[in-house]
Design a protein around this ligand. Sequence first.
Ligand code: IPD
Ligand code: CA
Ligand code: CA
Length: 298
Amino acid sequence: MTASQGQGRDQDLDAEALLRIGVAAASEAGRLLASWRGDERPEVVHTKSSPTDVVTAMDRRAEALITSRIRAHRPADAVLGEEGGQTDGGTEDSRVRWVVDPLDGTVNYLYGLHDWAVSIAAEVDGAVVAGVVEVPGRGETFTAAAGHGAWLHRGAARLALRCSAGVPLGRALVGTGFGYDAGRRQIQGEVVAALLPYVRDIRRGGSAAVDLCSVAAGRLDAFYERGLNYWDYAAGGLIAREAGATVGGLAGRPESPSLTVAAGPGLYQQLEAVLSRLNPERDASRSQERDALQDRGR
Ligand code: IPD
Ligand code: CA
Ligand code: CA
């Protein structure tokens, strides 16, 4: 490889250049989603893990649009999309993978509530280096490139984001969310009920990507949810982290579908300690137990 080819390859991996591609695709997908003006709810074309885990025609159209815009710029990259799964690029090897939730907060979208978002992250060698969360209902775009801070764009204005600091758990406004599976929801309800006496209050916004950006902006002091998918938190996790939040799981583990927690550094430890005691990790084994019991009862 010549020196100039090597330099070209490095530029191909530049986080801010990747972010620009993600922002353009998210903005176009946001406009497409917001353009739906029917008097009726968007059509539900499919259900996934449960009858309430719906896919609308708009989820699919938005993902197809995003994938085609990414491919137009970077045909070799892989794309992991919630609706389409993973598709690899051309024959040439790429170190970049895009992680796309074309519509996070589908139920809010279906009901005409504002908090739904387009979430796009870019990974280089498996690490997220750029993320955008476009929230058309608020006219806001949240962005981050690794090492370059987190930003809120509203019209022509650009604001640097900082998560809240020095908030003790007892004064913390904590966001969370619930999965679609009935068994998991019951246990999530038990955990949230047990957490409630320790915190200022709880919010359930309906979009994990927006919730993580709300932590970045200090609109929530903390967020946690068990059972998220990678596309729910890939972009928002980077945005929260670049705004100074600690983002992870329990006991020093990274954030994962098992548990995603985000909060300012001191608060994170306090919330993590309570969540560890409440042990949401029991969720999986208890759901399995319940499923086994139900199976035996059939
Ligand atoms: C959901 C939202 C919701 C969270 C769920 C997610 P979707 O994503 O992020 O806030 O509580 O766990 O599945 O289905 O609207 O893309
Ligand atoms: Ca989602
Ligand atoms: Ca989605």
